[in-house]
Design a protein around this ligand. Structure first.
Ligand code: CTP
Length: 244
């Protein structure tokens, strides 16, 4: 309310610049990631079999989205490349859907150049159907055989780029969690791997809580069971302290 530029008095008056600036500043809780571009993949990829069916997994995208939200609150510009998710998007990120592993690979490669950090949280299908068909496969009494062929590894491919961003991967494991995660850190060539025991029904896939181990060449830090939002916050703080 108040006097407007045209001389009228009433509602519609633009707030003072200082009030606008203060409101914008309040949307960023901290500034640790100000000026950083961060690309995060999340969700469960879907590999088509026919127009009705696909191969996928139980990932909800909640851990990835917790990282998207926290990175934004810390001041980062976030590109969120998402497959199938059961959680709300953050409209302050640049959101791009990429449902299959191949689409996600293309999308990440198209946007990776400007990124300071790449966080691969997506549960990417390791295989796709060699010949998806364009019409619904009809029921029959005989066995049906699908030939699966390997997908590209997005995280490994990003790690091999020249001038690559800092890379964080997630290792979803059902046994030998630490050993398998350490192997992934080496084999994929990333800076950090987050070991995630997805066999535990209380945490991981599609749960509100998680319990992980942050692993880099320098350190291993186990984070006790906590909400995915708190895990995201703690992981980012450890990462920022070591790498930024
Ligand atoms: N990842 C990826 N592209 C793939 C497969 C995995 O970018 N084609 C990334 C995931 O986003 C995750 C990490 O690699 O950050 C590990 O994924 P995970 O599913 O735990 O392991 P895989 O590499 O698929 O190996 P395995 O299935 O043998 O455990």
């Amino acid at each position: 309310m108040g006097v407007q530029a045209c001389g009228d008095t009433g509602s519609g008056r633009l707030p003072a610049s200082v009030d606008i600036a203060q409101q914008v500043a309040r949307r960023f809780k901290t500034t640790e990631l100000t000026g950083k571009n961060i690309l995060i993949t999340l969700g469960a990829t879907q590999e088509p079999i026919d127009p009705i069916r696909y191969i996928s997994n139980h990932s909800s995208g909640k851990m990835g989205m917790a990282l998207v939200n926290r990175c934004i609150e810390m001041g980062a510009r976030v590109t969120c490349v998402y497959a199938h998710i059961s959680t709300a998007l953050n409209d302050r990120a640049t959101n791009i859907q990429a449902l299959s592993a191949d689409q996600m690979h293309q999308c990440v490669m198209a946007h990776i150049e400007q990124q300071a950090v790449f966080i691969a949280v997506a549960a990417v299908s390791d295989y796709r159907v060699k010949h998806p068909v364009s019409q619904k496969i009809k029921k029959s009494t005989t066995n049906l055989t699908l030939t699966l062929i390997p997908n590209k590894d997005i995280l490994s491919d990003v790690c091999q780029l020249n001038n690559r961003p800092l890379c964080i991967g997630f290792a979803a494991e059902t046994q030998h969690t630490l050993k398998n995660a350490l192997n992934k850190l080496e084999n994929k060539g990333c800076d950090v791997i987050i070991a995630n025991d997805v066999s535990n029904a209380e945490i991981g896939f599609n749960h509100e809580d998680n319990q992980v181990i942050f692993i880099s060449q320098k350190q291993q830090q186990a984070l006790a069971k906590n909400s995915k939002a708190n895990i995201a916050d703690k992981l980012l703080k450890i990462f920022i302290k070591e790498f930024l």
